[in-house]
Design a protein around this ligand. Structure first.
Ligand SMILES: Cc1ncc(COP(=O)(O)O)c(C=O)c1O
Length: 434
């Protein structure tokens, strides 16, 4: 697999005045790009413009987004599942509006009704003995809490994660992911974080056998690596090794949870009851930030001893909790889960048919609605991202493997939406190979 880094795209430098050379764009859009380039993150603006994706998202609704200049796009990126329920989902919006009538961020020191109700709901909806929830404002922060909890519970410092994993860009979460970015900020900690290849049980055992590892932190289907599917028995094997060597199993379900694989949590496909589960992104319904780490009573024992061991002003804000509760209800309903399974099969058939006509579409990695399309070119995912953009579909290449495109339909899409997405994919494949 081509190991790379999301900030390290092979796009030529744009040079001074590159925005002036962009043709046919409105003044409003040019101004936004200029401000973002000047005051925010120049490299990212240059990268997207250089890749032929000068997107500034304006209107958004359901599973569609519109550039502020009007270009309509099917959204198969969904920001990693943040828009699992679609943009501005009407039920989630109604929950938000009603929450605004009564609640605010809340005082994070005190028990709060929306927060307590959400914690109870998460304990009910997560597998095994997961019990306590700690709420945070981002997935990265939740991963940090997960690692700290594992360290305290086991008295060990080390975390083992994947060399192709991504868990956010906080302190511990950043060190647990791609080494290159952590090193760039002098935030890597090689003595405390060991990286192993995916689907390699021998490497995992070698990393755990010294019995000094607090937790294994694993995305159930690694997203930024391009949704590589776990080999049969791999995750089950990791769980068994964890039990043998006294290591906790932390499931990062930030991208794979909330029904996206046809079960509420992807670990359920493997019968795994993790010691720690992290959720985020779609929990917010794309409307109000929230993430959570859910842990067993044993892992969360510190919550009984140290009430202020972790405090976060915005973690579990009351408004977010009301929205998240609605997001959970919709994402975990039998109808939504059945739709995920049905749509996965439906789109899987369409993709298989495309493969018979386009050898460039080399592989389809499909776990429910988390799908990676593998192309017969090391830059194929990147190329398809920009070609599909022109055809009116936004899907993002995999950050650690540019040959792969992440192709992620939403939980509530229907067959007609998939037909349109497949039509656009067919046309883009035709363009790229002609
Ligand atoms: C699998 C996974 N874990 C954790 C995170 C971090 O979440 P956040 O961006 O909310 O900090 C991400 C973000 O993309 C992710 O994909």
């Amino acid at each position: 697999m081509a190991q790379s880094n999301q900030t390290d795209l092979p796009i030529a430098e744009q040079g001074p005045g590159f925005l002036q050379r962009l043709e046919g764009i409105s003044e409003r859009k040019r101004h936004t790009l200029e401000l973002a380039h000047e005051y925010m993150i120049p490299n990212r603006v240059e990268t997207f413009v250089g890749a032929g994706v000068p997107l500034v998202i304006g209107k958004r609704e359901g599973y569609r987004i519109w550039d502020i200049d009007g270009h309509e796009l099917l959204d198969l990126h969904l920001n990693g599942g943040t828009y699992n329920l679609g943009h501005r989902n009407p039920d989630a919006l109604a929950a938000l509006r009603s929450a605004l009538e009564t609640w605010d961020v809340g005082n994070h020191h005190f028990p709060s009704e929306p927060r307590a109700l959400l914690a109870e709901k998460l304990a009910r909806l997560t597998p095994g003995a997961l019990h306590y929830s700690v709420f945070t404002a981002s997935g990265s922060e939740a991963i940090d809490v997960a690692i700290k909890s594992a360290r305290h519970a086991t008295g060990r410092r080390k975390t083992v994660s994947l060399d192709s994993g991504f868990h956010g860009t906080g302190g511990l979460s950043g060190a647990a992911g791609n080494d290159e970015t952590a090193r760039y900020f002098k935030s890597d900690a090689p003595d405390d974080f060991t990286k192993v290849p995916f689907n390699d049980l021998d490497a995992m055992e070698a990393a755990l056998s010294a019995e000094d590892v607090a937790c294994v932190l694993l995305e159930t289907v690694p997203a930024t690596a391009g949704f590589v599917v776990p080999e049969p028995g791999y995750l089950e094997g990791v769980k068994a090794l964890c039990e043998r060597y006294g290591t906790l199993y932390a499931a990062d379900e930030v991208q794979t949870g909330l029904g996206r694989t046809g079960k509420v949590w992807a670990v359920e496909h493997h019968g795994i009851e993790p010691d720690i589960l992290i959720t985020g992104k779609g929990l917010s319904a794309g409307l109000y930030p929230i993430a959570a780490v859910v842990m067993t009573k044993e892992v969360g024992a510190w919550l009984k001893e140290k009430g202020w061991g972790y405090v976060s002003t915005f973690g579990g804000s009351e408004i977010a909790c009301v929205v998240a509760s609605t997001a959970l209800d919709i994402s975990t309903s039998p109808e939504s889960l059945a739709n995920a399974t049905h749509i996965s099969e439906y789109i899987g058939r369409g993709l298989a048919e495309l493969q018979t006509r386009h050898s460039f579409l080399k592989g389809v990695r499909r776990t429910g609605l988390v799908i990676g399309l593998e192309f017969d070119n090391p830059m194929g995912g990147l190329l398809m991202s920009s070609t599909l953009y022109r055809h009116g579909l936004w899907a993002m290449f995999a950050g650690f493997d540019f040959s792969v495109l992440q192709f992620k339909p939403g939980l509530l899409v229907d067959e007609a939406y998939c037909d349109l997405a497949l039509e656009k994919l067919d046309a883009a494949l035709g363009d790229v190979t002609s």
